[in-house]
Design a protein around this ligand. Structure first.
Ligand SMILES: [Fe+2]
Length: 131
């Protein structure tokens, strides 16, 4: 298994805490601005500590019939409760972000999440675009 793509895991977010969830409409109008929210841990919380956390998530769009995904947005989560004393620190950033998106044609929204211990996880869902 030397290809990066072979290491990307996927699962139902309801039963797997690493699977990113895409919260976006199933159908939008062409050119309409809509909000896509990517989050993780809605059903099963993922740890958020300096030792074990979600470091980043990204949202992609694959046009119907397309061969290459287009990156729409990404977010890095840099605070995980670290402190100089070892006691829980005063700041934690949670794995959730939103992006306002506009599409001209239907396709698939894809999300990637990276856990510093458990690697890359993906999810996807179709989105229809009507005139
Ligand atoms: Fe993890």
């Amino acid at each position: 298994m030397s290809e990066l793509s072979a290491t990307i895991q996927s699962a139902d977010w309801k039963s797997e805490k690493h699977a990113p969830m895409i919260d976006a409409p199933a159908e939008v109008r062409a050119g309409e601005v809509f909000t896509a929210t990517i989050h993780l841990g809605a059903a099963i919380a993922h740890p958020n500590t300096p030792q074990h956390h979600i470091a980043w998530m990204a949202l992609y769009y694959l046009p119907a019939g397309g061969r290459q995904a287009i990156e729409l947005a990404r977010a890095e989560f840099a605070a995980h409760g670290a402190s100089m004393t070892g006691a829980p620190g005063p700041a934690v950033s949670h794995p959730r972000f939103s992006a306002d998106v506009q599409l001209a044609e239907g396709g698939t929204l894809q999300a990637l999440a990276y856990c510093n211990l458990h690697g890359l996880w993906q999810s996807s869902q179709p989105i229809a675009v009507v005139p």
